[in-house]
Write a protein that binds this ligand. Structure first.
Ligand code: URA
Length: 231
């Protein structure tokens, strides 16, 4: 939204009055004087006019090291959820930017900014997700080629996008997906006759799980990390 339109909507009576406030340097946007009504703002932009704060909604962006046993949901009558692990004062407003199964561990992103989380999760953005997987049986030599050409999921009637599999051991691999279908990693291994024993997400796009973050702990994202998913 444009700043001048926001000001009119918030009770400043005319475009002339908006122009006057701007030219008299009475409008402060994110703590700096703003003189252009064309400035783009959103619901997280801090706006002050004549000393009165019209809007000051904090945007929250967190990375969580999810432990096993927590549901990727905001509330649940039976199981603890990832939100239960968050100590932030605005935790009631927070939602997940992409889920992990209850038994899976690793990187989960949380925010109260719906536009940002959409960019992380929207299928057309094709944000890469990197998983470390251990399996019950040895991973066969053909698996990488099969995953690269895609696997047909009858339930959704689609073929998965090419995925990259890097073998790390006989029963251990790093898998990079460019989409996030329901139980996708487990179903892909199931399709080649194997079974996932553990699944850990290391990375979402360019964002890597902080090695110093113990399971169950979250930290705020840095501005450069938030900007990875801005236009
Ligand atoms: N694929 C799965 O099967 N489980 C996850 O938690 C994430 C991707």
């Amino acid at each position: 939204m444009r700043l001048d339109r926001f000001l009119i909507r918030r009770g400043i009576h005319s475009t002339r009055e908006v122009s006057r406030l701007l030219s008299e340097k009475q409008v402060i946007v994110d703590h700096l004087v703003e003189t252009s009504g064309l400035r783009k703002i959103d619901r997280f932009t801090r706006i002050e006019v004549n000393g009165e704060i019209l809007q000051a909604q904090e945007a929250v962006y967190l990375m969580l090291h999810k432990p096993a046993g927590y549901l990727s949901a905001t509330s649940d009558p039976i199981h603890p959820t990832v939100i239960d692990l968050i100590e932030h004062p605005l935790r009631e407003q927070i939602h997940l930017a992409g889920r992990l199964d209850r038994a899976s561990t690793g990187l989960v992103l949380l925010t109260n900014d719906g536009r940002w989380s959409k960019r992380v999760t929207e299928p057309r953005q094709q944000v890469a997700k990197v998983y470390q997987v251990t399996t019950l049986d040895p991973i066969s030599a053909e698996t990488a080629a099969i995953f690269a050409s895609g696997i047909y999921f009858a339930y959704e009637n689609l073929t998965t996008r090419p995925a990259e599999l890097e073998l790390l051991g006989e029963r251990e691999a790093r898998l990079t997906l460019h989409e996030g279908r329901y139980h996708q990693v487990k179903r892909m291994f199931h399709a080649v006759g194997n079974r996932v024993l553990s699944l850990h997400r290391e990375q979402i796009g360019p964002l890597t799980l902080d090695a110093s973050l113990p399971p169950g702990k979250a930290r705020s994202l840095r501005p450069d990390e938030i900007n990875f998913f801005r236009l």
